[in-house]
Design a protein. Structure first.
Lengths: 77, 446
């Protein structure tokens, strides 16, 4: 499942699982690639950007996914 | 003084036994829990000597329970010995209706006046500006909704910071639901409210009331109360300060028009709030209020608790400066050591301009509830702003407004009986607990 733009479905998963799964998945994309996390736990809105700051990854922002919010992160290191 | 003797005081366990006793005219809890359907189950009293709680059995567990380290002063502190003495004395001496005209009533009235005088003095207010309520939340709601009602013709807008206590936010929602307007002022990453935001709002000309807490209850950051008060005064906007976290610990900055506080945060009994309305501030009761407490609060006052609250406020205020210095040093230690001994931790809130007794941090990849339960199992009582630890789905609105990590959150808050060895024990246990939870979740090295 490696590729430059991946989607991670974390709908129905509670904090901190979406962040943990993002941290695992980011290793599978090349530097410059992105992971988009679908997460309906409201804490993800806070914790994904906070994780990006702590791990020096680039937070590209939130968009409306098919079924709730989606958060996109670009691997920068 | 006999009632100071702990051997003679009823313990929580014996109170529970008293409450569940059968054959003494008191209904057993079991009979209630059995349900109206009477579908079998427990109908009688529980056996005496019920287990204290479900927990790890085995040797030593009772000792751990007994030695539990209480680090959640921001939720409420154990009663100050002065409050306990005052409460027991006032139960005998202050039970009558202070509004009546016979001997025992006059005695109660004297106690009530003395309590009001003491609280007024501690808050730098006049006695007739002070009212007692049934809780800090009740006082906050009266301050917000009454302050807005009194200024109905001048402005319908409430402006408050994004990090106010939920009781203020709930009052704001009620105001909005009744057709009022609300502006929310944002905070910086340390949790400090933007003075500019208040400036813009109060100059709009439609603000009925501004609200700003003295200090944040979750992260400890002190708010710019004096600056915001200086903006409000020339604009003719009254400022309400929720001082629940700072009264008894720090002086309240001047310039406010309304203030509220809560006795169980300073060592008084639970169930006593304080509402202060400065002379000349327009205020109208949002609820039917009658004649008690200057027409501001409905209902018969819990005078013994009020007396105890006032006595303990006087006592803690006398030792506040020394306590602040002592606790500040302990909190400084927690702030620096947690950051050093726990990997991937975010210590939040202002490192210097803060409450002396409170520190909050978030541990990456850790489930907040699991963290609290494991700390409790090891004998440490702390609180958390992580959503997975509360009944709500949303993370703490304070952490959200600050834009900091919300999971794995722990709030440690100290009080007058907190000791250095207790803090040392907590700091020794925490890295182990976090590491263990991370190992279990398989997130090591992420």
């Amino acid at each position: 499942v490696t590729g430059p733009a991946q989607t991670l479905d974390c709908r129905g998963k509670r904090c901190p699982l979406p962040v943990i799964e993002l941290a695992r998945r980011i290793r599978a994309v090349p530097v410059g690639g992105t992971v988009t996390v679908l997460a309906d736990d409201p804490a993800a809105r806070l914790d994904i950007p906070a994780w990006c700051r702590m791990r020096r990854q680039e937070y590209l922002g939130e968009s409306a996914g098919e079924d709730g919010p989606a958060y996109t992160v670009r691997r920068s290191c | 003084v006999g009632f100071q003797d702990p051997d003679r005081a009823p313990t929580g366990e014996s109170l529970l036994d008293t409450l569940s006793k059968t054959g003494s005219g008191v209904l057993a809890w079991g009979a209630w829990a059995g349900g109206a359907g009477g579908a079998g189950g427990s109908t009688g009293a529980d056996p005496p000597g019920r287990p204290r709680r479900a927990g790890p059995a085995g040797p030593g567990s009772a000792t751990v329970r007994q030695m539990a380290v209480y680090l959640d002063a921001a939720s409420g502190v154990p009663m100050h010995p002065v409050a306990r003495d005052a409460l027991l004395a006032a139960l005998d001496d202050g039970w009558a209706d202070p509004g009546r005209l016979y001997g025992v009533a006059r005695r109660a009235r004297l106690l009530q006046d003395a309590a009001r005088e003491a609280v007024a003095q501690c808050l730098d207010a006049r006695p007739d500006e002070v009212s007692f309520t049934a809780s800090g939340t009740h006082a906050a709601q009266l301050a917000v909704l009454g302050g807005l009602a009194g200024r109905r013709r001048s402005g319908h807008r409430l402006v408050h910071s994004a990090v106010e206590h939920s009781c203020v936010l709930q009052a704001a929602q009620a105001h909005q639901a009744a057709g009022g307007a609300v502006s929310v002022v944002g905070v910086d990453p340390l949790g400090r409210a933007a003075v500019d935001g208040y400036a813009a709002a109060v100059h709009s000309g439609e603000v009925g009331l501004a609200a700003l807490q003295s200090a944040n209850h979750e992260v400890g950051t002190l708010q710019p109360v004096a600056e915001v008060a200086a903006l409000c005064q020339p604009a003719g906007v009254p400022l309400y300060v929720d001082a629940a976290q700072s009264v008894g610990r720090l002086p309240v900055p001047p310039g406010w028009s309304l203030l509220s506080a809560s006795a169980h945060k300073w060592g008084g009994p639970p169930g006593v709030g304080v509402l202060v309305i400065r002379k000349g501030t327009r205020w109208a009761s949002p609820w039917p209020a009658g004649e008690r407490e200057g027409g501001r609060v409905g209902g018969f006052p819990n005078l013994p608790a009020v007396v105890a609250a006032a006595a303990s406020l006087r006592a803690v205020q006398a030792e506040a400066a020394a306590e602040a210095t002592r606790l500040r040093a302990l909190v400084d230690r927690v702030r620096s050591e947690v950051g050093r001994t726990v990997p991937d931790v975010q210590v939040v809130g202002d490192p210097t301009d803060r409450l002396p007794h409170l520190v909050t941090f978030s541990c990456l990849y850790v489930d907040g509830e699991a963290l609290l339960l494991e700390l409790d199992r090891r004998g440490f009582a702390v609180s958390s702003g992580s959503s997975c630890t509360s009944s709500t789905v949303r993370p703490s609105h304070v952490l959200e407004a600050m834009g900091v990590l919300s999971h794995g959150n722990v709030r440690v808050s100290l009080h007058r009986t907190s000791t250095e060895p207790e803090v040392t024990a907590f700091l020794a246990a925490l890295p182990e607990v976090v590491a263990e939870l991370r190992r279990t979740a398989g997130v090591v090295g992420l």
